[in-house]
Design a protein. Structure first.
Length: 156
């Protein structure tokens, strides 16, 4: 399975070289706890001019504007069951690979999660997957946006 992912990464990298695309460096955010991962998502939003009081609607554009290359694996034959996504920086070029034929909500969360792998600076002894999940959740729907949206129901 991962052979297909690697082939996709390196084929895409060949195209980038042909187009003379320069590597993109991504700003890193420290995260060693869930609270820090959520705060990193908030700082990421601020640094990228994203509204802190609204859910993030167009994550794909945000990711592509950062210079992150998206690759979608076609999974019509259901060969990649159990695989949702992977991220890697190869020779300075950041990539996120997602399974194309999956639930769109899952795909969106996976994209935010894999973005976390690329932008979070996580200590070796921390729960990397859990911190990337916290980052993804907070990035997609910050607490402030949730409270703002739900407050109208609490007032009634």
């Amino acid at each position: 399975m991962f052979e297909s992912v690697l082939v996709s990464f390196f084929s895409f990298l060949d195209v980038l070289y042909l187009l003379d695309e320069k590597p993109h460096s991504l700003k890193k955010y420290k995260a060693s706890s869930t609270m820090e991962a959520e705060e990193s998502a908030k700082r990421f939003r601020i640094d990228n001019g994203l509204n802190e009081l609204m859910p993030l609607f167009n994550l794909v554009s945000t990711v592509e504007n950062l210079g992150i290359n998206l690759i979608y694996l076609d999974d019509v034959e259901k060969k990649f069951i159990g695989f949702d996504g992977i991220s890697q920086s190869i020779e300075g070029h950041p990539f996120i690979c997602l399974r194309e034929n999956s639930n769109l909500f899952r795909q969106r969360f996976t994209l935010a999660h894999e973005l976390g792998h690329l932008v979070l600076d996580i200590p070796d002894d921390a729960d990397e997957e859990g911190l990337c999940n916290a980052f993804a959740s907070s990035l997609l729907l910050p607490k402030e946006a949730l409270f703002r949206k739900m407050s109208k129901y609490w007032k009634e």
